[in-house]
Write a protein that binds this ligand. Structure first.
Ligand code: TZP
Ligand code: MG
Length: 531
């Protein structure tokens, strides 16, 4: 965590307390977060594995509200529940060991009771200090001598890392602690033992200058309630005799059913720090339906299996589905059904059914020597967009947009079908890989014609900036979801009238002993997960 982010997170540090009659930690934490707590610590001096479920549930609340979660004392518990960090006392294990076990991104804090302890503490592995008790406290029976505001100031002045004041702090003293230079205050009993803990937490929050969030979201826990929310307001579907709601849906009989499946995985295909949940849902549909477009099929119905980690809130799932529904509506496709199950990361497994054309089902094997190889739109853009996101360079909006929001090219597919183009593939893995699939299936060789006119201006600027070759991005870059097709020249000439953005990118030749005649060395096709 960056220093400024950490300082902000330490502002209102709430620590849970066990054995408060009628107010267990699982109830304390949502109240503290709703009041504006910026970090939560789970403190349980009698911890045993019987408390594991409690800790995991609190971790989920923190995670889905993006509030850092710290475990007191127990490094292995912090590891086991994927907490954001650990807080150690002087008698606990070495902060450097915590760092080794929890990783470089974790937050490691240590308690320091006075200047003498500060001088004897190796702070190299620590992100922050908890300094106190500043005032007298009943909560920690073995607390050392009270240091007062002047003692706090002395620690803050000498500490190379941010300091959180602790011990007997309430809504009236919080501000004076911060005035001594503390990044924030850590509190327990002022909230846990208050008559009205939420009101008290609001007062502490305000004294710290925190702004409470408008709501606290809770993790999804009811599969059926969630499914009901997701499937309500679905438009009626002429292809469905029995819509979702029963064990299966009943499709009207389809003359030529075209079926395809696709997966989108968090960390492999998308990241929530790059894409909004709505964009994730929408892209998943476009990608799955792109295979139907490349088969000249009309979308009929989509089935979605969601894998959800236990800390994902309902709201995020609903927003993913908002994206799903927007893309379904755009392509006149309905939701046939789905399932939700627990997963390690967010996963969308999609299964799409389409209605194939009576007259033509395009194949990769239908290219002939002498055909031109054509594309419906610019390539390499999505790959450049992905690189931009990795490099946190937001200059090339168009490229990022192409990565985040591709569109299944049913419009172009329609023109190709009308012109009886028999050989099509959607470019999901990059030109080199997808053209090779055509060459292998059709037993031809492909010679690329990558003139600079084939490169989109935004891709050219991007490549200039990063000293990359546009042809390499075009050949190896995936996820553009344009259509690559082979047909005779006169057919292309005719269809170009309706598809002016289509262009020639190579030729099919008699097999020359190798499928790709002039592919530069070191080009490998795009593979998800191998970036
Ligand atoms: N470490 C120093 S004082 C203290 C700890 C854990 C207890 C703080 O609790 P309270 O109730 O806010 O005084
Ligand atoms: Mg301890």
């Amino acid at each position: 965590m960056l220093m400024n982010q950490l300082k902000r997170a330490l502002r209102f540090y709430f620590i849970t307390e066990q054995d408060v009659p009628g107010f267990p930690p699982i109830q304390q934490v949502p109240k503290a977060i709703l009041a504006g707590a910026t970090i939560i610590q789970y403190r349980n001096k009698s911890f045993s594995s019987l408390f594991f479920e409690e800790v995991a549930a609190i971790r989920n609340i923190c995670k889905c509200n993006t509030v850092p979660f710290i475990i007191n004392d127990n490094i292995l518990l912090a590891k086991a529940v994927s907490a954001d960090g650990v807080h150690l006392g002087q008698e606990d294990e070495d902060p450097a060991l915590a760092r080794r076990i929890l990783g470089p991104q974790s937050i490691v804090g240590i308690s320091v009771s006075n200047m003498d302890e500060l001088h004897h503490t190796d702070l190299s592995g620590c992100d922050y200090i908890g300094a106190g008790p500043v005032f007298s406290t009943q909560t920690k029976k073995d607390a050392k001598k009270v240091i007062g505001l002047s003692g706090l100031r002395a620690v803050v002045t000498a500490s190379p890392v941010p300091v959180v004041a602790i011990g007997g702090i309430d809504e009236n003293t919080a501000e004076s602690c911060i005035e001594q230079g503390a990044a924030g205050v850590a509190v327990i009993s002022v909230i846990t033992r208050a008559k009205d803990p939420f009101q008290k937490a609001l007062q502490v929050s305000s004294a710290c200058g925190c702004v409470p969030p408008s709501t606290v979201v809770s993790p999804w826990n009811d599969e059926f309630a969630l499914i009901e929310k997701l499937t309500k307001d679905m438009p009626s579907d002429p292809f469905l005799d029995v819509a979702p709601g029963d064990d299966a849906c009943l499709l009207k009989s389809l003359d030529r059913p075209v079926i395809t499946t696709d997966t989108q995985k968090e960390g492999v295909h998308f990241r929530f720090d790059w894409q909004t949940p709505q964009e994730v849902g929408s892209k998943a549909v476009e990608v799955a339906l792109s295979d139907l477009a490349a088969s000249y099929a009309t979308p009929v119905s989509l089935f979605v299996n969601l894998g959800l980690p236990d800390y994902i809130p309902d709201q995020i799932v609903e927003t993913i589905y908002k994206g799903v529904k927007i893309s379904l509506a755009k392509h006149n496709c309905t939701l046939g059904g789905g399932n939700i199950s627990l997963g390690v990361e967010v996963t969308l497994d999609l299964f799409a059914v389409g209605l194939g054309r009576k007259d033509l089902f395009p194949r990769r094997s239908a290219a002939l020597p002498g055909y031109g190889l054509y594309c419906t739109g610019p390539l390499g853009l999505a790959r450049a967009g992905l690189f931009s996101l990795i490099r946190k360079d937001h200059t090339f909006k168009e490229l990022i947009e192409k990565f985040k929001a591709p569109s299944a090219r049913f419009d172009a597919a329609h023109v190709l079908a009308e012109n009886q183009v028999g050989c099509v593939i959607d470019v999901s893995d990059g030109l080199a890989g997808d053209a090779k699939r055509i060459a292998e299936a059709s037993e031809v060789s492909i010679e690329f014609d990558l003139r600079s006119s084939a490169f989109h201006p935004a891709l050219v600027s991007f490549c200039e900036k990063y000293h990359l070759k546009p042809e390499e991005m075009v050949l190896a870059g995936g996820e553009d979801y344009e259509l690559l097709f082979a047909c005779p020249d006169d057919v292309f000439k005719n269809l170009k009238k309706k598809l002016p953005e289509a262009y020639c990118i190579g030729r099919c030749l008699e097999f020359q002993g190798t499928h790709m005649v002039n592919l530069p060395e070191n080009i490998s096709s795009f593979q998800h997960g191998k970036r």
